[in-house]
Design a protein around this ligand. Structure first.
Ligand code: PLP
Length: 260
């Protein structure tokens, strides 16, 4: 986008398990496109891409000569089986982005990595070294320490799962649709029928509930089809501690049910 490319937005819809429908992309768009941007495990939907889908994406990229860029920042925040990386399918024509921001909650350290096709990584290196002056060595040392330890990652996964389950159970109790995410730090909750994302988010802000969420309609754009796929959803970030999440779940069960 910095190079003035024109994005073609494809909606992520529940009926497709929030997987981008590659077949819906028009042929003339495929001819002009340079990069397909994927993000699985997906923020905000919490969806995970099966290996078969990642194979399809690599095939799609090859067929149309499009680079497949895969943002895998949530690869280690999962609740069932570890998600697949697109690098299990291919390196050629593929670049993967990952980061210490989620796996080790080191967001403010600004450190991550790319991997994939050497030709693409070489270009990326040229751009990156001319945008900033590199990552300070003490931060690199911190990253090495974080990558050398899996215990804290497992503990964080367990905490996120516990918080996810607390909220999922609360929504179930008040008869909202089950939106259990498979991964990530988000819960992409469908709002009650007849209510907009903003209306639901406002109800959650009422003083005796006081839960801050992000209305889905605000974090996605209208796609070519005229659909804003975020409308009708609200994003809960599972970032407060377990005790606060328990309080939030209780308020959802006891207070929210009275006003929706
Ligand atoms: C899908 C996705 N990719 C990347 C990032 C950010 O990663 P970083 O902190 O390494 O820039 C986020 C953070 O919210 C994210 O949700």
């Amino acid at each position: 986008m910095f190079a003035e490319g024109i994005p073609f937005y494809v909606p992520l819809l529940k009926e497709n398990n929030f997987l981008m429908d590659l077949k819906s992309i028009p042929e003339e768009v495929c001819k002009k496109a340079k990069i397909l941007w994927l993000n699985y495990p997906n923020s905000p939907t919490g969806a995970v891409a099966p290996l078969s889908y990642l194979k399809e994406a690599v095939e799609f990229g090859k067929r149309h000569n499009i680079i497949v860029a895969s943002d895998e920042a949530y690869s280690e925040i999962y609740f069932n089986e570890p998600p697949h990386s697109i690098l299990e399918v291919a390196k050629e024509g593929v670049i993967v982005f990952n980061s210490l921001s989620k796996r080790s909650a080191m967001t403010c350290y600004r450190i991550g990595w790319v991997a994939g096709d050497k030709k693409i990584v070489d270009v990326f290196k040229k751009v990156k070294t001319n945008i900033d002056s590199g990552t300070p060595t003490f931060i690199q040392d911190g990253a090495i320490a974080a990558l050398s330890d899996e215990t804290h990652v497992g503990e964080m996964r367990a905490d996120y799962k516990l918080k996810r389950d607390l909220l999922v159970a609360a929504f179930k109790k008040i008869n909202l649709p089950d939106c259990t995410p498979e991964a990530t730090i988000y819960l992409w909750q469908k709002v009650p029928q007849g209510m907009s994302s903003v209306e639901f988010a406002k109800k959650l802000l009422s003083p005796d509930i006081a839960i801050v969420t992000t209305p889905g309609g605000w974090i996605s754009d209208k796609t070519e089809s005229g659909i804003n796929p975020g409308e009708g959803y609200v994003r809960f970030a599972l970032v407060p501690g377990i005790e606060d999440t328990k309080k939030a779940a209780k308020r959802i069960e006891e207070q929210l049910s009275k006003i929706i």
